[in-house]
Design a protein around this ligand. Structure first.
Ligand code: SF4
Length: 243
């Protein structure tokens, strides 16, 4: 995937902003208990269960994703063979609370089926692949986009990846890093490096900033730890910001 050469595609301005953010985040505390979604608050015994959990978090709240996961677990035990054998209708009913349940169920069944056809019960071998190959493979599955693939790689495979969720994208857009997924992800991979624990730490701290300070409306710039790095906060201070 993202090798150290990742830095060669990140411009100096972005590196400066990324470094400023990482430094500012070192003083930020967060409580992992606040992450109530099925990804950060739970461990999974196989990549199928993790993949399904992440797919349930797409475009829904953490709380609803968790409810959907628990229902799905009741019905299938998160066993990949069972997920495929019970079929889309049953899956859709179980995950209804997450919204878009028919489309979501179809994608989950197709992704699990495809992975089963490739690896059978040994799909954790995905994590043993070369970083870029593992990412390419995950991205080839139905319903798996950049964020889902990167979350699985970072949080399950413990590979260097930097997922960009809506909070992180909003913050980065305001601080001056732009809103391109790949650019934001590569900037943090470049600045943080390949240390997985640090990447998880920066990822979770940015989400915390997004929840507590950099909200979609009326961001709390005056008390935000990233104020010193932030283009939006600076222009706000000079009266040139747009909400
Ligand atoms: S200073 Fe304001 S705009 Fe910048 S990251 Fe913090 S809350 Fe968001």
């Amino acid at each position: 995937m993202v090798e150290y050469t990742v830095c060669s595609v990140v411009n100096e301005d972005s590196k400066d902003i990324g470094s400023c953010i990482v430094k500012a985040l070192s003083r930020v505390e967060y409580d992992v208990e606040e992450f109530v979604g099925p990804v950060a608050s739970r461990k999974y015994s196989n990549i199928y269960a993790m993949l399904v959990a992440v797919m349930l978090t797409q475009n829904t709240s953490d709380a609803n994703a968790f409810k959907a996961l628990k229902q799905l677990e009741k019905v299938t035990g998160l066993d990949p063979h069972k997920i495929v054998s019970v079929g889309e209708e049953v899956i859709a009913e179980a995950i209804r609370v997450a919204g878009m349940y028919r489309v979501r169920a179809k994608r989950i069944v197709m992704a699990v089926k495809q992975l089963l056809e490739m690896f059978g019960d040994k799909a954790d071998k995905v994590c043993e692949l070369d970083d870029s190959e593992a990412r390419r493979l995950l991205l080839s599955l139905p319903g798996v986009g950049l964020k889902t693939a990167d979350v699985v790689l970072l949080m399950y495979c413990r590979k260097p990846a930097f997922p960009v969720d809506t909070h992180i994208r909003r913050i980065c857009s305001r601080v001056g890093l732009g809103s391109s997924y790949e650019h934001i992800s590569k900037t943090f991979l470049c600045v943080v490096g390949r240390d997985v624990e640090k990447l998880v730490d920066v990822h979770l701290k940015l989400i915390t900033i997004g929840r507590k300070y950099c909200r979609p409306t009326k961001p709390k710039c005056d008390s935000c730890p990233l104020q010193v790095c932030c283009k939006y906060a600076k222009s706000k201070a000079t009266g040139n910001s747009k909400s």
